[in-house]
Design a binder for this molecule. Structure first.
Ligand code: MN
Length: 232
């Protein structure tokens, strides 16, 4: 048998591919990291401690939902909430990346949603257990098309907004991030080895809240393509 093409006991999982604006090629997703508590007004609205170092949790790439698709309202919750976040997409990585070279690893940006079972998150916090059940589940990581840095430049400011059924729910500016993107990349690369295809959801501003079946969510960031999903 040819060792370069091993026979599989079942087909390998298909790659998760995101569209790239202005390019016929697509972006193959590797790992998904999310940042907790990265806008002060959101830290305060959930009554969390201020001035803590950034911390990270993961979702799986199969949990991505693309623009125009549906998000299934999950089981195990009566308080399914939206978190509007800028997503950073990497085309390279490494371990222990210095802050001053971190931006070189950024391929582009997208707007995304960190969908959350808020009631289960509150349970887990109270019990001092991991957040997994509240954050990592089917359809929990909607993400729009990626705009490359070559088109939009490096982002450290810009408005992000979420409308639910045409009502404005979240509105903030990227310049209010507690931990700017280069610091996030550097800190995360001390914890894991980053690589091409990784996505980082950079945290949500204030205004998080519940969604219901039938709701239409429209997320946008100045200069990036919008993300629309429907809860079913
Ligand atoms: Mn979040």
């Amino acid at each position: 048998m040819n060792s370069s093409s091993p026979t599989l006991v079942f087909p390998a999982t298909a790659p998760t591919l995101l569209p790239v604006n202005g390019d016929t090629r697509q972006f193959p997703v590797r790992r998904i990291f999310c940042v907790g508590r990265n806008y002060l007004a959101h830290v305060r609205e959930l009554q969390n401690t201020e001035n803590e170092p950034p911390f990270f949790f993961q979702k799986q790439r199969e949990m991505i939902v693309q623009h125009g698709a549906t998000v299934r309202y999950p089981g195990l919750t009566n308080d399914f909430q939206h978190e509007l976040e800028l997503v950073v997409a990497l085309h390279s990585g490494g371990l222990n990346i210095p802050v001053d070279t971190a931006n070189q690893h950024i391929f582009g940006y997208a707007i995304g949603l960190d969908m959350t079972r808020r009631d289960r998150q509150n349970d887990m916090k109270r019990m001092q257990k991991p957040w997994e059940v509240s954050k990592s589940f089917e359809d929990s990581a909607p993400c729009g098309a990626i705009t490359p840095v070559s088109q939009c430049g490096l982002l450290n400011s810009g408005g992000l907004r979420l409308h639910v059924n045409d009502q404005l729910r979240q509105s903030s500016d990227l310049n209010l991030l507690i931990w700017p993107i280069p610091k996030l990349i550097a800190a995360l690369s001390e914890q894991v080895e980053l690589a091409a295809g990784d996505l980082i959801y950079t945290g949500t501003p204030e205004g998080v809240g519940p969604v219901q079946r039938g709701d239409v969510l429209e997320a946008e960031f100045d200069g990036l393509s919008r993300l629309r999903v429907t809860i079913v």
